[in-house]
Design a protein. Structure first.
Length: 198
């Protein structure tokens, strides 16, 4: 928990709670995951616009919005469960779900591994062939209870190619904090929020 408290001290309170922050840092959390990300140069962190879709941390280029940007990124987490214990399992399930959902040409390819600023290994896949014509990259991080991931989604191949460097910067900022959203974590967040408001 010391790591969490240190991280909260390092992140400006505004970055944790304000709705749209240029190059902002934020903490993404749920009952079984707590991790942080920082928006890449020229991008913003927005913790409001994706909430209605169940996405509490979205990223896009400054000067655009979550609704109109041709390149967006977001963070999610999925619990490990029977049949989905590895990153490869996660990718296979994702592709099968798209095939069943009306995108029979959907495919994914592992393109590289990365190491984050905090020393964590991530695996990047590229995906294409959905029925909407999107191009996506996903960086997966396997933790003890979850697979946490960062997604880049683009409306066209040119948009995808031009956003890849920013996506890599975003992915490399991933810092795992905890696999449990405890009372201590909640209290640390509340103290940081209170400090921002005062």
């Amino acid at each position: 928990m010391k790591a969490l408290l240190t991280l909260l001290c390092l992140l400006p309170a505004a970055a944790l709670f304000a709705s749209i922050v240029p190059e902002g840092s934020g903490i993404i959390y749920g009952k079984d995951h707590v991790f942080s990300l920082q928006a890449p140069k020229g991008w913003v962190l927005d913790n409001e616009s994706g909430v209605s879709m169940g996405v509490h941390a979205v990223f896009y280029k400054e000067g655009s919005t979550w609704a109109d940007s041709r390149s967006v990124a977001y963070a999610r987490s999925r619990p490990l469960e029977e049949g989905v214990q590895t990153i490869d399992d996660t990718v296979r399930k994702l592709i099968a779900d798209f095939h069943q959902g009306g995108s029979p040409d959907y495919q994914g390819k592992k393109v590289r591994e990365i190491e984050t600023e905090s020393g964590k290994k991530g695996v990047i896949y590229h995906f294409s062939g959905d029925k909407w014509g999107n191009f996506e990259a996903v960086c997966y991080f396997k933790e003890e209870k979850t697979i946490n991931f960062v997604v880049l989604s683009c409306r066209g191949k040119d948009d995808f190619d031009s956003a890849l460097e920013s996506f890599l910067e975003l992915s490399k900022s991933y810092t795992f904090i905890s696999d449990e959203y405890t009372l201590e974590v909640k209290e640390a967040f509340e103290k940081a929020k209170e400090a921002e408001e005062n």
